[in-house]
Write a protein that binds this ligand. Structure first.
Ligand SMILES: NC(=O)c1ccc[n+]([C@@H]2O[C@H](COP(=O)([O-])OP(=O)(O)OC[C@H]3O[C@@H](n4cnc5c(N)ncnc54)[C@H](O)[C@@H]3O)[C@@H](O)[C@H]2O)c1
Length: 448
């Protein structure tokens, strides 16, 4: 079914949208998404360069009806691939474009929770790059909005390594008891991005960059070209160490690497958090950090401790001949009868301790293995068109990132805090409760 947009309709829409809308194509196609797996989705891609461009292949078969980027050069380059799409520099009018079905968000981290929530509030399916939020509150708002709409919306957090078959194998080994009874899980990342503080003011931003929109809801920091000096898909490393734009490695590689553990441990929210690392810096997130969380028992395992290490801090190795530091981003599962060490692609089982003869562990037959996920973006596209089922929906991914963000809160207060996950409150520190949320510039609403 096609709804041509007349010039008159376009002009009145453009007037309503103000400067957010730059250019309009002749027509927009509206497909019956959700009804037929063959229908094309009307998609908006917000953040069109870098990580955004990494989605081009996956969405080639859909109708890319809107492109949005604060950098007009990036917008123009994506428009060469998708000339039929309307173009925006502001994601707010973009999300109000009539006829959209779904949104892919690849912007800077400090806008993810906003775009994801606004999109779901407008009935749109969402694929959101990691991290899903930059604070406990953001994670909770996104998750709650998804849970309210899960009967009709498909969501996916962009942790595409989840599709690696190793994630399934690790999960099977842990659930099937290859390390005995699970006691503790640690994930770590070795990326170090030390920064002295926000970059100094460097005059006016270039004309093609809508810098104030890039800063968006965050407190304003003056323009510096350094925030935009990274290569495609790596530019996030130019801004994600600063508190107002990112959460450092906690949200960056932490989103991917904790996912390796998270899939296997079937965890809900922790009941406590404690963390330590580099001395607190008001502008820059810590390079070295370790955070520990107590998780209650669930139906198949006892209570466990979950830990995150970064920037050179590491869990203790199970043996002097296992050098965990050789694994840049990995996870260690510790159980009553051994250890499992894993990175994104491979794993190593180490039976250890009394009676660790593996008689208690029965490997699966081929037909009982967890089936391959297939294409990670495709899983979401298929979900938008009917199944609504994805592996990293905003409940799964939102819960995980809420825990990680709570770790940063514990780091900031410098002591163990107790957490009521149902209420989203720290029960023993008013100071910590203040840190569950970020402060936004006037005019920006998270749940809009
Ligand atoms: N899943 C992965 O493996 C993976 C890999 C790299 C980056 N990422 C994530 O993707 C996101 C983008 O990373 P990047 O390195 O491409 O960053 P980037 O700074 O290059 O931004 C990507 C694009 O988004 C645009 N943009 C930024 N803020 C915007 C806004 N408010 N509205 C519209 N457009 C906006 C930028 O101009 C740019 O074109 C980050 O959140 C990062 O964590 C994920």
């Amino acid at each position: 079914m096609k709804h041509p947009v007349t010039r008159r309709a376009f002009l009145s829409q453009a007037a309503a949208l103000g400067s957010g809308l730059l250019i309009a194509p002749a027509r927009v196609v509206r497909a019956g998404a959700g009804q037929s797996p063959n229908a094309k989705l009307n998609l908006a891609l917000i953040g069109t360069w870098g990580r955004g461009a990494a989605h081009f292949d996956a969405i080639r078969g859909e109708n890319v009806a809107a492109l949005c980027d604060v950098d007009e050069r990036h917008l123009a380059s994506a428009a060469e691939k998708f000339p039929q799409a309307k173009q925006y520099v502001d994601w707010r009018p973009c999300l109000d474009q009539k006829g959209l079905d779904a949104v892919i968000c690849c912007t800077a981290d400090h806008t993810h929770a906003f775009i994801a929530t606004w999109a779901m509030n407008r009935g749109l399916h969402v694929y959101c790059e990691k991290p899903l939020g930059n604070s406990v509150e953001e994670a909770r708002v996104v998750r709650a909005t998804y849970l309210k709409n899960k009967h009709k919306l498909a969501t996916q957090v962009g942790t595409q390594r989840h599709a690696n078959e190793n994630f399934n194998r690790v999960s099977e080994l842990i659930r099937d008891g290859a390390v005995g009874e699970l006691e503790q899980v640690s994930a770590w990342g070795n990326r170090k991005l030390p920064r002295p503080g926000y970059l100094p003011a460097q005059g006016e931003p270039p004309a093609h960059l809508h810098y104030d929109l890039w800063v968006g809801p965050s407190p304003f920091h003056p323009y510096n070209a350094g925030y935009f000096s990274g290569g495609p898909g790596m530019n996030c490393l130019q801004w994600n160490m600063y508190w107002d734009f990112g959460t450092g490695q906690v949200g960056d590689m932490g989103s991917h690497t904790m996912d390796l553990a998270w899939k296997a441990i079937d965890a809900a929210l922790p009941i406590s958090a404690e963390a330590k690392g580099d001395p607190f810096h008001p502008e820059v997130t810590p390079v070295a950090l370790e955070a520990h969380f107590e998780h209650p028992a669930n139906r198949w395992r006892p209570a466990i401790r979950v830990s995150w290490y970064q920037g050179g801090l590491m869990p203790e190795s199970p043996s002097s001949w296992v050098d965990l530091r050789r694994i840049g981003h990995g996870a260690l599962f510790e159980g009553s009868k051994g250890y499992l060490v894993a990175d994104f692609d491979s794993r190593l089982l180490i039976p250890a301790g009394k009676g660790a003869d593996l008689t208690y562990y029965k490997g699966r037959t081929k037909d009982t293995l967890i089936p391959p996920l297939g294409g990670f973006q495709q899983e979401w596209i298929d979900a938008c068109k009917g199944s609504l089922r994805t592996s990293c929906d905003f409940d799964y991914g939102g819960t995980m990132i809420e825990m990680m963000m709570l770790g940063l809160v514990a780091y900031r207060v410098g002591r163990k805090i107790r957490y009521d996950g149902a209420a989203g409150r720290v029960t023993d520190s008013p100071e910590a409760n203040e840190l569950l949320r970020r402060t936004y510039r006037p005019g920006w609403t998270l749940n809009g």
